[in-house]
Design a protein around this ligand. Structure first.
Ligand SMILES: Cc1ncc(COP(=O)(O)O)c(C=O)c1O
Length: 359
């Protein structure tokens, strides 16, 4: 008999732990590396959340269905309540979705895209298949024929972020229309940045039961630390995902913070408008320095620095600015992804880039 051991799934044992550059390198570092909201949640909203939290019993389990959050999300989005799932960030919903599929399902992903989609597929024992995006001017486009060829006859799952992270591209309506008409399986559109694009494919949910849309309160609602993501889809998808929740999954903090944030939708809209204005300005200014910057519909920019990438990274580090180095990822050679910060941080970024390029 061999020595007793843990029966790990090969997909888990072979995976690396997810690590991001989370820990600041200096106490004064400004984070422009995780596409978070540049400013903390307004004090008034925080006070409202805390005062409502103080009145709730903490020794009792929270509502097992997260009913309050789901109702607030159904009201805010206009989507039927039975088609709203909630999770600990969109990441949790992505992971559960992958575990809900038949093992070894082909999961078609685009490249580059949000790393967590492929990672979750791999961990759950699915078969990730990657199809490269195509550069078209200042944006990236979907290779619809490539995606359909990768899926074969199905069944398969297609997952892509729109706007895409890290490129910021919003995919052409005609390409998505064709995928909705021809993809032989289910489609998940990760719309984590939809508010910054002012665009959603939510209307397609009414006619396509094979479509689901992921969203989050981490970005436009400035609640990344609270962890609340949601899925809009059919009642069937929600029922399957709900089975994979542990009991009492949504805490009282998540419930109250989400309800308060959603009841102040105008604050999110103001926040988004400020980020979009800064994004446009920063893009124009970087282009004026000769930097190849893509058009972006998210709260970040992707800029290609080629051989100057290390020099720019060093200058940014000296200016105590953390950005995401995606230069070694397939599809983003020599690129840095920069989250849009507060105006002062964006000005520091511009000065540091200028210094690196002049030097
Ligand atoms: C495309 C995309 N989806 C989801 C997430 C994570 O969302 P959450 O914080 O809700 O887990 C991110 C975060 O960067 C993202 O870029």
């Amino acid at each position: 008999m061999s020595a007793p051991s843990w029966p790990w799934a090969a997909s888990v044992a072979s995976a690396a732990t997810y690590r991001t550059s989370y820990i600041p390198k200096t106490p004064g570092e400004t984070k422009l590396n995780h596409n978070e909201a540049p400013e903390d949640l307004d004090g008034e909203l925080k006070a409202e959340i805390l005062s409502r939290l103080a009145q709730l019993p903490w020794h009792r389990y929270a509502d097992p269905d997260g009913a309050g959050v789901r109702q607030a999300l159904a009201a805010a989005t206009g989507h039927p309540l039975a088609g709203v799932a909630v999770g600990h960030g969109a990441n949790d919903l992505i992971a559960r979705l992958m575990f809900a599929l038949t093992p070894d399902t082909p999961v078609v992903l685009v490249e580059p895209d949000y790393y967590v989609h492929g990672r979750s597929a791999q961990l759950a024992g699915q078969r990730p298949l990657r199809v490269a995006l195509r550069r078209a001017g200042a944006t990236y486009a979907l290779d619809v024929d490539g995606i359909l060829a990768a899926a074969g006859r199905g069944p398969a799952l297609l997952v892509l972020s729109n706007p895409n992270n890290p490129t910021g591209s919003l995919f052409a309506a005609a390409a998505l229309d064709r995928l909705l008409a021809e993809f032989p399986g289910a489609i998940v559109l990760d719309e984590a940045y939809a508010e910054f694009a002012g665009h959603t494919r939510q209307a397609d949910l009414a006619t396509h039961s094979n479509l689901a849309i992921l969203r989050t309160l981490s970005k436009a609602h400035a609640l990344a630390g609270v962890r609340l993501g949601y899925l809009l889809g059919s009642a069937e998808v929600v029922a399957q995902l709900d089975k994979l929740q542990p009991p009492y999954p949504i805490s009282v903090l998540q419930t109250v913070a989400a309800e308060v944030a959603l009841s102040h939708g105008e604050r999110a809209r103001q926040r988004v408008a400020a980020v979009v204005a800064e994004r446009q300005q920063l893009r124009t200014e970087l282009r004026a320095l000769g930097v190849d910057v893509l058009d972006s519909h998210g709260n970040f920019l992707l800029a290609a620095f080629g051989e100057r990438r290390s020099a720019v990274l060093a200058a940014l580090a000296r200016a105590e600015l953390a950005v995401r180095d995606v230069g070694d990822l397939p599809g983003a050679p020599g690129c840095l992804r920069v989250s849009i910060g507060a105006p002062a941080a964006n000005a520091r970024l511009l000065a540091a880039v200028k210094q690196a390029l002049d030097g």
